[in-house]
Design a protein around this ligand. Sequence first.
Ligand code: C5P
Length: 472
Amino acid sequence: MASLTVRKLDEALKASLRLRAAKAGRSVEDEVRMILREAAEPQAVKPPSGPARNQPHRARASSATDLPRVTLIIGGGIAAYKALDLIRRLKERDIHVRCVMTRAAQQFVTPLTAGALADERCYTDLFDAQSEFDAGHIRLARDTDLIIVAPATADLMAKMAQGHADDLATAILLATNRPVLVAPAMNPLMWANVATKRNVAQLAHDGVSFIGPNSGEMAEANEAGVGRMSEPTEIAVAAEAMLRPPQTGPLAGKKILITAGPTHEPIDPVRYIANRSSGKQGYAIAASAAEAGADVTLISGPVDLDDPTGVRVIRVESARDMLAQVEAALPIDIAIFAAAVADWRIANAGEQKIKKTASGMPPLQLVENPDILATISKHQQNRPQLVIGFAAETQNLIENATSKLKRKGCDWIVANDVSPASGVMGGDRNTVHILTRDNAEVAVDSWPVMTKEEVADALVAKIASTIGQQNS
Ligand code: C5P
């Protein structure tokens, strides 16, 4: 079988691959796989419904890319064979599984078997030439909703507690910001050892969750006690509870869609036009709505923020991509458009990098982008019950926000002053005014200066009480 090294491709091809991959929210490696699969079996590949990144904790699965994702780290113990069954138990619960094996684990089970059961190759090496160009361990650490370590040996837990990163499994565990569920398995004397107890206490203090070990017979003859790995079904149930926690709270059962961040409108493969937007306010609202029990989809332009916990995040680049993802998410109950969408895009974006020439600057033609807020506010079949827009203004704030409320057809406008002196752009605080419709009039509620998290909490509380009143 021929092998292909992306690093060795010419720069232009690599640049367009990166662009394609970024647009789809996939790694370059996955994008190349997708292209090859499309070419080899065009019938088998359905167009992706959205980027396969950090998928929902709570969302119901409608396609493979909607499934919550688990990275299963298989440690080196006799219980490794049970990890193979765990793959099946997770998959039957509509959970996508990607396996990583330590060197010791490969003495008990093979990467081939784990890969075949998971439907994706099993990762084993920190310095894997195939994914090296792609910061493999960082991707494996982040591109998941939960990491399970099963079986977790005494040695692997000691390394985790100490922060070692000398192989792929420990590097992933050190690089992740996702929840970690550990299923220990070892001889009862090792489990009872004070060093293991110290490591378990440290890991629990660090926020790691544990399942088991159970008591029972050991693989070693005539040995019994606490140290058996929990059964695969028990681990799968615990994982599912972490991935799909029961919804409670004032917005339980409500589907909320939020747009956030800027959009990037390409000029050529390396340049773009954009708005200044950190995405912080929209991300804070998403986190707050998820805490209030809502099923939250966050459609985000390019920002440098971690995905909020319990939120389905779909990454997009351009305004047109954002609109397509918003429409794909309908029907929803509540829509909050906090994104700073670029009003225009380049009509004649270059396929290749535009070069400087003696004839002067290239002419850039602009065309208007679709207005996502107005489109959804005026949607014929699927208008959400509550549509909220933002108005970021540098002057005549209330006047401009009032005309925006009327022009765009939304229910509320959250207006904020973003003149440079306000420090709102990229900052952590915000002063907002909530404009609502009061029969034919517009009511203005001005809130004091607050952190963006406080604004998010107050906005979500106002949404919950309004929706509650409308539905009662
Ligand atoms: O017209 P302006 O960009 O000031 O309107 C701001 C509001 O409209 C925000 O809620 C923003 O997310 C939304 N918007 C949009 N699509 C656009 C432009 C703005 O959804 N193309």
